[in-house]
Design a protein around this ligand. Structure first.
Ligand SMILES: [Zn+2]
Length: 144
């Protein structure tokens, strides 16, 4: 359920998306709000400026949360973001331990507005292979 307090923070994330455009980057913005609704960190897309395909605001904030927040605080922290996180960012968010994501536009709505947003090709993945060799570093690492 999205509350009026959520909507206020979501508007701020949409404002960050507009700021990204004003600075020459793609229109995506996000922020983290702590357990009391206080803004902890903000980010916008800097893929062009940084020449970095991973410079999505959601992933930057997930990395920040994993570095700066203890586990209990992260679990009670919410990410507000102008668009539903992509697969790359969703994986980072899960690993960061953040407890909740609130987004404005869904992926489907984004693709409707910009069909190129959904044009990512699948990557061929071949495997599994070399089990007896590949398991050695895994077993060595997790045995101790
Ligand atoms: Zn992303």
């Amino acid at each position: 359920m999205i509350t009026p307090e959520d909507e206020a923070l979501l508007r701020r994330a949409v404002g960050l998306a507009a700021r990204a455009v004003a600075q020459g980057d793609a229109p995506y913005g996000s922020l983290l709000a702590g357990p009391g609704g206080e803004v902890l960190a903000e980010a916008h897309n800097t893929v062009r400026r940084d020449n970095d395909i991973s410079a999505h605001p959601e992933l930057k904030l997930a990395r920040w949360a994993a570095r700066e927040l203890d586990e209990a605080t992260a679990a009670r922290t919410t990410m507000y973001t102008s668009c539903q996180p992509c697969g790359m960012c969703a994986g980072g968010i899960v690993r960061s331990g953040l407890g909740r994501v609130v987004y404005a536009l869904s992926t489907e709505q984004l693709v409707e507005l910009n069909p190129a947003s959904g044009a990512w090709p699948d990557v061929v993945q071949d495997g599994p292979a070399l089990l007896s060799e590949a398991r050695v570093p895994i077993e060595d690492y997790y045995r101790s």
